[in-house]
Design a protein around this ligand. Sequence first.
Ligand SMILES: Nc1ncnc2c1ncn2[C@@H]1O[C@H](COP(=O)(O)OP(=O)(O)OP(=O)(O)O)[C@@H](O)[C@H]1O
Ligand SMILES: [Mg+2]
Length: 268
Amino acid sequence: MERIKTALEKASANRAAGSEHLSRRSQSMGTSDSSAVQGPILYLQTRIIQPNQRTMQDHRILTGSDPVSVNAYKVLRTQVLQRLETRDWQTLGITSPTSGDGKTVTAINLAISLARELHRTVLLVDADLRSPEIHNYFGFSPEYGFVDYLRHSQPLEDVLVNPGIDRLVLLPNHRPIENSSEILASPAMGELVAQFKARYPSRLVLFDLPAVLTSDDALSFIPFIDAFLMVLRNGKTSRGETEQAFEVMKDANILGTVLNGCDTKSYA
Ligand SMILES: Nc1ncnc2c1ncn2[C@@H]1O[C@H](COP(=O)(O)OP(=O)(O)OP(=O)(O)O)[C@@H](O)[C@H]1O
Ligand SMILES: [Mg+2]
């Protein structure tokens, strides 16, 4: 049984965030006014999909069947929440030095765990535009993806889905795109993120990003989001890769590191 060990770093500022209670049909999360990006964002008809529990388990996604993992992610959730609230931050990018370190698993499980915290609503964005995987880990095929919103003006409400978990909304993607860093760095993306933040002050927005050392996507995204979690894979990520990744992201707020794949015995 593997577990998560967290080592959260850095600190500053203060203030606590408000709370937001949403019913199941509030997948929804309210109405909206104008969008600087592409017209109003309406969450009223967010589609509910039924995720495939077996697929989730195969990918190490929390289904409630593994209390050890559930508790490990609760610890991570609480540490992340405390540090975000202290700084009045609400957007968090999940990245890592290289491919396969566990970014997507961490982003999904953290989002699920945060959504189970009753005062929070969570939006999880598949911002790994080169290799979108969130839908695969939940075991569903999105009708539309983030790319359709970005490239083809598909209304955002057509893309958003609720994976059958209260207070959690996904912005999935279904096919890879080129020049992803240009898109992530574009003013339109900045406006979209600003809009996510402004409209729902107590919502947390998580972005599953590519690795720091394989593309400049995470680097390009620094100006738009509050902080990053750096996922390291136990027994895989080298010290050199870790140092390089932190060097590349030196202008970012690194909320902390997550050591993914720890043996239970080494958990502390
Ligand atoms: N703690 C863990 N224990 C066992 N398997 C894990 C663990 N974390 C992740 N995995 C598995 O390792 C693989 C890579 O994980 P994941 O997709 O989360 O990594 P990633 O960093 O997002 O990769 P990429 O860089 O390709 O986006 C997946 O098959 C996932 O199910
Ligand atoms: Mg990934």
